[in-house]
Design a protein around this ligand. Structure first.
Ligand code: NAP
Length: 225
């Protein structure tokens, strides 16, 4: 009898784990995505999309589906779903595996500045940059648009449905992993003089830090929640 596993995904790591587990005949896999991006990735297993309805909804789902194990491979900034998974699995006594992304480490030549949250990063960006590459995701743009100041190059996965509210911004579309050559081209093309990023860690989006180091561009990193 295969073990029923719920994989909370939405990351490249999650997709890799899904492919590995799908090849295991001892596992019956359900992959869960929040449904934030228009193009759903092609993943093996049974796919379900959308919120569960808080920790209670997730608890009910785990019971109804008779899940034996949960793997939380969500993004390090996806704090709510991880907290819900911890609560639901704790309440039901179901094993929970949290996939940890390695933090990025600083190299000689890096010009890093730490921000505690997006509001702080927006204030710092206004003081430090004139042409700022913003790679924080669509849900975190508001403080930067509100604060004003520099011109922004906003990298998003999907084309935004409405204007972003910036005084001046260019939108570039892209989905990781990104190569170093592409990151260098992007920064040079837009004459970027500051990068703002979540301290997400992992390898898929690390090239932008290498590119910034090579070009002598300072970086604001927003601490993980
Ligand atoms: P979040 O703030 O932790 O979650 C907000 C709500 O979205 C959760 O309470 C849950 O709704 C639902 N949700 C989140 N992940 C889900 C999943 N894998 N399956 C089903 N429902 C999920 O998460 P977020 O920051 O909005 O991220 C959403 C998704 O995008 C995650 O899968 C994450 O891995 C991915 N992602 C996030 C970031 C980022 O920077 N935050 C970056 C790359 C990818 P209910 O309470 O209704 O269950």
């Amino acid at each position: 009898m295969p073990v029923k596993v719920l994989l909370l995904g939405g990351t490249l790591e999650g997709a890799a784990i899904a492919r590995r587990l799908a090849a295991d005949p001892g596992v019956e896999l359900i992959v869960s995505l929040a449904g934030r991006v228009a193009d759903l990735p092609d993943l093996p297993g049974r796919l379900r999309v959308g919120g569960f309805g808080g920790a209670e909804g997730l608890t009910a789902f785990l019971k109804a589906e008779n899940i034996a194990k949960v793997i939380d491979a969500t993004h390090p900034f996806a704090a709510a779903i991880s907290a819900h998974a911890a609560q639901a699995c704790g309440d039901l006594g179901i094993p929970l595996e949290r996939v940890q992304r390695p933090l990025w480490s600083r190299h000689p030549g890096d010009r890093w500045h730490w921000a505690d949250d997006m509001a702080m990063a927006a204030r710092m960006a206004a003081a430090l940059g004139r042409q700022v590459l913003l790679t924080v995701g669509k849900g975190s743009l508001a403080p930067f648009a509100r604060h004003g100041g520099p011109d922004y190059v906003v990298r998003l996965i999907d084309r935004p449905a409405s204007t972003l509210g910036f005084r001046r911004a260019s939108v570039v579309l892209g989905r990781g992993p990104f190569s170093l050559a592409d990151e260098l081209t992007l920064m040079e093309h837009f004459q970027v003089d500051l990068l703002v990023t979540k301290a997400s860690g992992g390898t898929a989006t690390e090239a932008k830090l290498t590119a910034a180091r090579m070009l002598g561009i300072p970086v604001i990193l927003v601490r993980r929640p």
